[in-house]
Design a protein around this ligand. Structure first.
Ligand SMILES: Nc1ncnc2c1ncn2[C@@H]1O[C@H](COP(=O)(O)OP(=O)(O)OP(=O)(O)O)[C@@H](O)[C@H]1O
Length: 235
């Protein structure tokens, strides 16, 4: 379980998180909110890549602030993967496996699913944006840890890869994992999520199922429900 208590984070005078309280048991949780609302900042706080100004984050009842080993339990797909450009996909795979020294799932399956075999000996600088994202996904899913944080996993993917990714997320969720997903693609979010967490003005504005969100906003579709929140707050 991930538990976040009264989390505050500001960058200079920009107060991004202003008292976030959140409890996540298991399943796919979509972290939504407008651009700049603090979704990535929240993810990075959980990962220990950004230090909150105050508040607490615990995983399985242990505070993770100023700790490192817990990160071994988290598979993270960053929003923008800054791969070294002059090495091949295979070299990168080997490097990440060496660095993490973590148990891996069958990477060959993911290579096949995303049709990556023909790119294994290509340099990362030679790959298209979508193919880079497939490599990014492979590097995240080939480990088998209880928590996944996927920041904009759909970026650049074609419709076939998008469906494959959906299936993989559902498969990992069915193993009992916690999967936090950030995305602006509402169809994708609707297809995978158990719960929605909507961040607005630095706080959790809504947490609950898509059905509840539709009910609360009096809208028949998820997309309209999200649009309704944004219009009410920004119109
Ligand atoms: N390292 C940083 N230094 C200064 N400001 C930052 C830093 N990282 C993020 N910010 C600012 O914090 C705010 C929240 O950014 P964040 O990336 O967390 O938002 P987001 O909800 O993930 O946005 P998006 O949907 O556009 O990806 C933004 O105003 C951003 O400019």
């Amino acid at each position: 379980m991930i538990k976040i208590d009264s989390l505050y984070k500001k960058y200079g005078e920009n107060h991004v998180l202003k008292g976030v309280d959140l409890e996540i048991e298991q399943g796919v949780i979509a972290i939504l909110g407008p651009n700049g609302s603090g979704k990535t900042t929240l993810n990075k706080c959980i990962l220990g890549m950004v230090f909150p100004d105050s508040g607490n984050i615990s995983i399985d009842n242990q505070s993770v602030l100023n700790k490192w080993d817990y990160r071994q339990k988290i598979d993270y797909l960053p929003q923008i993967a800054n791969f070294p450009s002059n090495i091949t996909v295979q070299e990168l795979l080997n490097m990440i496996k060496d660095l993490r020294g973590n148990k891996t799932q069958d990477e060959k399956e993911y290579i096949e699913l995303f049709h990556l075999s023909k790119f294994l000996n290509k340099k990362l600088s030679a790959l298209s944006g979508g193919t880079k994202q497939k490599v990014n996904i492979l590097l995240t899913f080939m480990f088998d840890n209880p928590i996944m944080i996927l920041d904009e996993p759909t970026t650049g993917l074609d419709p076939v890869a998008l469906l494959t990714l959906k299936d993989l997320i559902i498969r990992e969720k069915n193993k009992g994992k916690i999967i936090l997903v950030t995305s602006h693609i509402m169809d994708f979010v609707e297809g995978i999520s158990d719960e929605i967490v909507f961040i607005l003005e630095g706080k959790i504005y809504f947490k609950g199922s898509i059905e509840l969100l539709k009910e609360k906003t009096n809208q028949e579709s998820f997309e309209k429900a999200i649009a309704n929140i944004l219009k009410q707050n920004y119109a």
